[in-house]
Structures are given as C-alpha cells and as structure tokens.
Design a protein around this ligand. Structure first.
Ligand SMILES: NC(=O)c1ccc[n+]([C@@H]2O[C@H](COP(=O)([O-])OP(=O)(O)OC[C@H]3O[C@@H](n4cnc5c(N)ncnc54)[C@H](OP(=O)(O)O)[C@@H]3O)[C@@H](O)[C@H]2O)c1
Length: 238
C-alpha cells in the first residue's frame, strides 16, 4: 500500500509559488513570522519524509557531477542505503540529473526515484554517496509503483509533497494526493504566466483533477494574516 500523501504548499492569493516575488507584508507584520508558519505546520504532520520534483531537488542537493569509472552493470532494482532512522528526502528524478554528494538533504536521508534508463555510472555515484534509490518503471513516471515500493522498503506511512508545481500536478493527475495543506500569504505575485503551486504539464485539454473533488476540512487564520486551508481529496460524485 502506498503512503498517505499531503501536498503542503505556501502561496500568494493568486496561487503563485515564489515568495521572493510576493508583495511585502503590510506595516507591522513580520515576514519571518509569515515564513515560519510553513515549517511549523510541516512539522505538525509528523510525516516519515518529504518529496520534491527534480528541479526543486536540484536546487537543494549540493553535490557535483562526477564520473565514476568502471561502474559495474547492475540490475535495475531498488538499493537501500543506511537510513539510520532518519526521515526521507525523496527526489523524483527520471533521468538521474541530481547530484547529491552525500547521503542526506538537510539531514534527511536522500532517496532518488529514477527511470530504468539511467546509467550504471550514475547509480554507482548514488551508492558511493550513500543515497538510496528506487525505480519508477522504464521512463521513471510510474510514481504509484515507486510510492508503494518506498512504503514497503522504508516502512513509510505518511509523506509530504512539497513541489514544485509540476511534480504536484503529476501526483494529482495520478490520484496520489490524499490531502492539500495550503498556506495563503496575505500577498500577491500578480504577473501573468508565473509558476503556480499546481502546474500540470500534460497533453492539451487533459484535466488532472478529473474524477476528484476537494472537501474543506480545516480553515484557520494564523499570526500575520496567513490563512491555512486543509482539503481532503475524494472521488468526485458520479
Ligand atoms: N513555495 C515554494 O517556495 C516552492 C516550493 C517548491 C518549489 N519551489 C520552486 O519551484 C520551482 C520548480 O518547480 P517546477 O514545477 O519547475 O519543477 P519541479 O516540480 O520541482 O520538478 C519538475 C520535474 O520533475 C520531474 N517530473 C515531473 N512530472 C513527472 C512525472 N510524472 N514522472 C516523473 N518525473 C516527473 C521532471 O524532471 P525531468 O525534467 O528531469 O524529466 C520535471 O521537470 C523551483 O524554482 C523551486 O524553487 C518553490
């Protein structure tokens, strides 16, 4: 069985995801207080780890590309490194582009979700770094299977999905999101065409939310005027 997955995002009132572009907090409202809500709410979930897309993980992982010589040909099966009781930092990286350089991201044990087409040299680099990996099918897009395998291998019950918009959209399309947790800043980005917290990148006309409905389960105003919404995802009525 796959883990319970909460998509937790901070946003402006127009759904954008880059806080550096938001309007300034109003007089007397602390930017630090607003920003602090994100991690505090995240910690409340007491999840077994977090998931981000390749682009976001690339910004977080600090390793450098290196060439592992004479990498042995290995079967495309999961590799579980030393987790040592840590939470998981899961990167969805179908082509093996993220270089970790160590076995953790921010102290949480790194797990790469890969396509079977990645090179043996890249897999050797991950093993040398102490990073765990699982495969999500030939193209790396069978995320349902990858989530089930992670649940089984790491005894994971709950994960937090934290963007960016494209990986969130992919998880939503695959009906892998059980709940949304959305922190709405008292702010606007305001520019047309910016990235949003849900940016499904699929075929023309495809609607990722088809067959799904959201039910509001929680609404709270936090210090500084941030609004915290929680929505459960349910099958849409027929
Ligand atoms: N609120 C916040 O402040 C916040 C939170 C998170 C992220 N961000 C920002 O968001 C930006 C990145 O967002 P993004 O939407 O461009 O990228 P992203 O969601 O981080 O990563 C997208 C990548 O994930 C992989 N992917 C997407 N769908 C997939 C699927 N169905 N199966 C397998 N792999 C899949 C693809 O990797 P490949 O291209 O390798 O195929 C895709 O390019 C960054 O600038 C980051 O800083 C902001």
């Amino acid at each position: 069985m796959r883990p319970y997955i909460i998509c937790h995002m901070g946003t402006s009132i127009d759904g954008r995801l880059h806080p550096s572009r938001f309007t300034m907090p109003a007089q007397g409202i602390s930017r630090d207080v607003l920003r602090g809500h994100y991690e505090r709410v995240h910690d409340q979930f007491d999840a077994d780890g977090w998931i981000v897309g390749r682009v976001t993980m690339n910004e977080m992982a600090k390793g450098k590309e290196r060439s592992v010589r004479d990498a042995p040909r290995v079967e495309r099966k999961a590799h579980v490194a030393a987790r040592n009781g840590r939470k998981l930092a899961i990167g969805i990286d179908p082509s093996g582009r993220v270089h970790y350089g160590k076995d953790n991201v921010g102290g949480d044990h790194a797990v790469a979700v890969l396509g079977e087409g990645v090179s043996d040299a890249y897999l050797a680099e991950l093993r040398e770094d102490g990073v765990s990996y699982v495969f999500a099918g030939p193209k790396g897009d069978d995320l349902s299977r990858a989530m089930e395998e992670i649940a089984l291998l790491f005894d994971v019950k709950k994960l937090v999905l934290e963007g960016g918009g494209r990986i969130n959209g992919s998880f939503f399309k695959l009906k892998l999101i059980d709940e949304f947790s959305t922190l709405i800043h008292p702010a606007v980005d305001g520019v047309a065409g910016g990235q949003s917290i849900m940016d499904y990148d699929g075929p023309e006309g495809d609607r990722p939310g088809t067959g799904q409905s959201l039910r509001l389960t929680h609404c709270e105003t936090l210090e500084g005027g941030m609004v915290w919404l929680r929505h459960a995802v349910e099958p849409a009525p027929v």
